[in-house]
Design a protein around this ligand. Structure first.
Ligand SMILES: [Zn+2]
Ligand SMILES: [Zn+2]
Length: 364
């Protein structure tokens, strides 16, 4: 089976033949039809987060169930499924409280160190990023890492539901709980940021301010419901401009979707008294983001990290799929281009340059 394999940080991915094991009782083989290029995998490719190599990236997948273990109940052969990167044990305190992104034992659904790996290359274990490893013709995953979706949804759109869409809209719906008339700013308008914009617009926010250095991304943000756009490269005083737009000290909710300490600080700076800055971006390990004294006391600002939009995949993925079918959720304009697995390194180069929101690898 062909897969794009990462052998080291900073090295291009190599297309290799890897071996897929047979499914264990609760595991599933999915024939992959589409696999999105997410920014967090680009970070993994460029910055050492400690992932063991060889590693198969790709955690935004959609496909068709091909085989199931004998205890699988969540999916059946022929189902169209989306990968769910939020691995959960289902029984810890967090899972029991309905907070799966805070699961304390996600390893419970992985194979143990003494077992044969799901993927191997010349006998060596190959890691699956996010327990998915989706840049491959097939994936072998635990049934809890899949959600069934309606067969009418095109695979390249459905794939994005697994990460970019749930992370972006989930930040608005599940974490910030943005309400009618609230004010929102989004720093970084890639695949996740556009979904924060879209979620805020759907929530009835009065102002949805999109910030990005790429004019094309700002145009796209308007399509997703941004009421105002700011290009920090052309705006000498971003904080003053945000205050001017909302007519007060800043926005109620600012979302940083890039992963840099300086843009996280900018999110804090453009937040109003009592407002909250959310950091969705993957800040490099060892870097710190914090609140300055005035922001803490008089400012009463809050700063929060977020993981995967505090999503409950079994609820949120079908919800967003339904809203897409109703024509209320835009997935079509998220897909910048579809490419083949062989073109994956070029796809990441474009993503790094900010030329694309999402490239999606499609398989026959
Ligand atoms: Zn992702
Ligand atoms: Zn758990």
């Amino acid at each position: 089976m062909k897969a794009a394999v990462m052998f080291g940080v900073g090295q291009p991915l190599e297309i290799r033949d890897i071996e897929l094991d047979d499914p264990q009782p609760r595991e599933v083989i999915v024939k992959v039809k589409a696999s999105g290029l997410c920014h967090s995998d680009l970070h993994t490719l460029k910055v050492d987060f400690g992932w063991p190599v060889p590693l198969v990236l790709g955690h935004e997948v959609a496909g068709i169930v091909e085989a199931v273990g004998d205890q699988v109940t969540a999916v059946k052969v022929g189902d169209h499924v989306v990968g769910n990167v939020i691995s959960t044990c289902g029984v810890c305190d967090s899972c029991s409280r309905g907070e799966p992104t805070r699961c304390t034992n996600p390893g419970a659904i992985r194979r143990g160190p003494d077992e044969r790996a799901r993927y191997t290359l010349d006998g060596q274990a190959v890691t699956q990023i996010g327990d998915i490893g989706g840049f491959a013709e097939k994936i072998l995953v635990h049934e809890r890492n899949l959600v069934v979706v309606d067969k009418s949804i095109p695979f390249d759109r459905a794939a994005l539901l697994g990460c970019g869409v749930v992370t972006g809209i989930g930040a608005v719906k599940n974490a910030a709980k943005v309400g009618f008339g609230d004010t929102v700013a989004v720093i970084g308008c890639g695949g996740v940021g556009l979904n924060v914009v879209q979620g805020a617009a759907l929530s009835g926010a009065r102002n949805v301010i999109a910030l990005d250095l790429q004019p094309a991304k700002l145009e796209l943000a308007r399509k997703f419901g941004a009421t105002d756009v700011i290009n920090p490269a052309e705006e000498p005083d971003v904080v003053a401009r945000v205050r001017e737009i909302v007519g007060k000290g800043g926005v109620d909710f600012a979302f940083e979707v890039i992963g840099l300490p300086q843009t996280a600080q900018q999110a804090i700076d453009i937040t109003d008294v009592g407002g909250t800055a959310y950091v969705l971006g993957k800040i490099p390990p060892g870097k710190t983001v914090g609140l300055e004294s005035n922001d803490l006391l008089r400012g009463q600002k809050k700063l929060s990290g977020l993981f995967m939009g505090s999503t409950i995949a079994s609820i949120d993925v079908p919800l967003y799929a339904t809203m897409y079918q109703q024509g209320r959720l835009n997935l079509d304009d998220l897909v910048s281009e579809t490419i083949s697995l062989d073109e994956i390194n070029e796809g990441y180069e474009k993503l790094e340059k900010g030329e694309t929101a999402r490239s999606v690898v499609v398989f026959d």
